[in-house]
Ligand binder design. Sequence first.
Ligand code: GSH
Length: 407
Amino acid sequence: MSSLRVALNRRFVTGVVSRPSVGYVLPVWRSIGSQVRRYASQVTPKRNGTSTFKLALIGAGLGAASGTVYSIYGNWKDKSSHMEHQRIPPKILKELPDVRITKRFVNPNDNSDLNIILFQYQTCPFCCKVRAFLDYMGISYSVVEVDAVLRQDIKWSEQKKVPMILVQQGDGRYIQMTDSSAIISLLASYLNDKQTDVGDLAKFYPMISFFDDNDKKRLDILNKYFLMYQDKTPKHITRDTQEDERKWRTWADSHLVHLISPNCYRTLSEARETFEWFSKAGEWDIYFPKWERDLMVNVGAFAMWGISKMLKRRHGLSDDVRSHIYEALNKWTKELEKRKQKFMGGDRPNLADLSVFGVLNSMEGCEAFGDCMKNTKIGEWYNGVKKLVDKNRGNLVRRAELMPLAA
Ligand SMILES: N[C@@H](CCC(=O)N[C@@H](CS)C(=O)NCC(=O)O)C(=O)O
C-alpha cells in the first residue's frame, strides 16, 4: 500500500504541487481533466454485491501492484539516467520553430543588438520577472503567448516550462534558455559586455541534474543567480553588492513567489476575480473562443481555490495567509528603510528589485494586491519601479500589424 501511496504522490507532485503560482493553473486543470477522464473510463456496470466486492479487491490489488512496479521503475529510471555532475548545455536551434508571434515591444533606442523571442503566460510570476527586466532595460522583444491548455507553441521544445527565450547568437542560430533567473542573468551579463557573444555566455548556464532530499531527480540551471562579468566587472559592483543582490533574488524565487497563490485564491470569490483579471491581462477573449475562456475562468478558479489550500499547508502558512505576505513585504521595506535607499540597488533598481517587482506585478489585478498596498508600505517602492519599467518599455506592436513578420 505504501508503494501505491508513493506512486500516487509522484503523480500528484508532478501534476499539481510543483506548480505553485498564479500562472500554473491551466496545466493543473489539464491534469485534473485527464484524471477525470481516466476515472470515467474505469466505471463498469453494477453487478451483484459480492462480485462488486471481489472486483474492488482485485482492482485494489492490481492498483497496488502496478503502483509498486511504476514506483520501482521510476526510481530505477531516474537513477540509471543520472550521471553525477551531468551538465546539459543550452540547446541551439538552426532556425526559428514555426510559432505564432503574438506581439512585439519595439524600442527605437535599443542598441543591444539582441533578437529575443519570449515564450510566456502573461500572468505567470516568473514571466513577469523576465518582462520587468526586458522592459526596464529598454530591450525590444517578441512575445509568443503560449496556450496553457494545448501548449502548441512549445510543442517543438523538450522544455515545457515558461518563461523560455530564444535569443539569436552571432552565427545566426538561436540559443534556447529557460528559467527566469537564468534568462535574466544571461542577458544582464551580455548587456555588461556586448563584445562576448551571447552564445558563449550561455555556456555558463548549463542545466544540471541532482537528487533532492526525497531522492528524486531534479533539474536546475547552474549559476542562475550569477552574472558573468569575467574581467569586466563594473566599478560600482563589489563582491558584497553581488552577494546581496543574489540573496534577494533567491528570496523572491524561494519565498515570496510561494505566497502568491494562497493569497490570490484565498476564497472562491477571490479566485474568480483573479481569473477574470487573468482573462483581461492575458487577452483571453482575443486568443480563445468564449466557451473556452468561460470554462478557463470558472473551472480554473475552482481548481486553484482547492489547490491553494494544499499549497498553504505545503509552505507552512497559517489560515491568515495575508499576514505572511505582509510580513514578507515589511521585511523588504524595512531593509530599504534601514539602508535609507529608494531601491535595493540604491538610486536605481537592481536585479533583486526587478525580480520582486515582477513577482508582485503578477497579482496586480487581485484583491490581495490591493490589500498589500493598503496594509504595508510597499506601494512607494513598487510604484517607483513600475514608473521606470513602464517608461523604458518599447512600443507595443500587435499581431495584426506584425502579419508579414509572424505569418
Ligand atoms: N524556476 C522556473 C519556474 C518556471 C515555471 O514553473 N513556470 C510555470 C508557469 S508559472 C510552468 O511553465 N509550468 C508548466 C509546467 O510545469 O508544465 C523559472 O524561474 O522560470
